[in-house]
Write a protein of this length. Structure first.
Length: 248
């Protein structure tokens, strides 16, 4: 994929989206667009109040089959009063691409180097578009490794917030009896880099998918624990995050 993206408004791309079901309603104050790349098109939401040459905050959605059951990242972004917000979906969510006939893209190959590269270039496109000085990430569930990977590739990341975030892919797969993810080693395990970025991790006390012990075990490998804050939200399960207002 090259760095030349084409962006179309929702009205201009209705023909691309009508074949897909379950696309979330666009919240007030946001505009839904489609970003067209070489092999994968991405649905994104941009907040209407974005101002150039300031910090951009990217929300990244979790995986699905291929659509997530609940658009948690979009819901979290809606509750955020920050002006400069962009919500990124994952490959094959809410839109048809010929490459999506291969379901491994959102299953065992979700951390394939080419997918990581396309997510990075998607992020770079908006950084360039808005001439952003710094970036932040808010990642739900298995988008957490992607946020750290993009941060390492691009630099300039000032903060990463995860919500039920997967910090150890192998433990996550084992805990949930999932097939082994290919290329997982290429998206995490750089604990030195991961610990250099200020970060907040939100975990639900009742979450049995991404548990508190999994998160704390992963963080224990970081060599700069002073950069890490863990916030336990009592009574929350794995997908109870669609109406909470996070603090940053």
């Amino acid at each position: 994929m090259n760095n030349k993206f084409k962006v179309f408004s929702f009205l201009a791309t209705t023909f691309l989206l009508t074949a897909c079901s379950g696309i979330p309603k666009t919240p007030d104050g946001f505009t839904q667009n489609t970003v067209e790349a070489d092999q994968i098109n991405f649905v994104v939401w941009e907040k209407d109040s974005i101002k150039p040459k300031q910090t951009l905050r990217f929300y990244i959605e979790s995986n699905g089959t291929p659509n997530p059951k609940k658009p948690i990242a979009l819901s979290l972004a809606t509750e955020d009063e920050f002006n400069n917000i962009i919500v990124l979906t994952r490959p094959c969510q809410y839109i048809d691409n010929p490459i999506c006939k291969n379901q491994n893209i959102w299953e065992t190959e979700r951390y394939h180097p080419e997918i990581l590269k396309e997510m990075q270039e998607l992020t770079s496109f908006f950084i360039k578009k808005y001439q952003a000085k710094n970036i932040e990430f808010v990642a739900y569930e298995d988008a957490a490794p992607i946020a750290f990977n993009i941060a390492q590739r691009l630099g300039g990341t000032k903060k990463i917030v995860t919500v039920a975030g997967v910090l150890d892919i192998e433990s996550y797969a084992k805990q949930n009896k999932l097939p082994k993810f290919k290329n997982a080693h290429g998206v995490q395990n750089n604990h030195h880099f991961m610990s250099t970025i200020p970060q907040i991790h939100y975990i639900g006390s009742k979450d049995e998918v991404v548990t508190r012990s999994m998160t704390e075990k992963a963080i224990s490998k970081f060599n700069k624990p002073q950069n890490v804050t863990v916030k336990i939200v009592h009574g929350f399960d794995h997908d109870d995050w669609d109406s909470i207002k996070l603090s940053y």
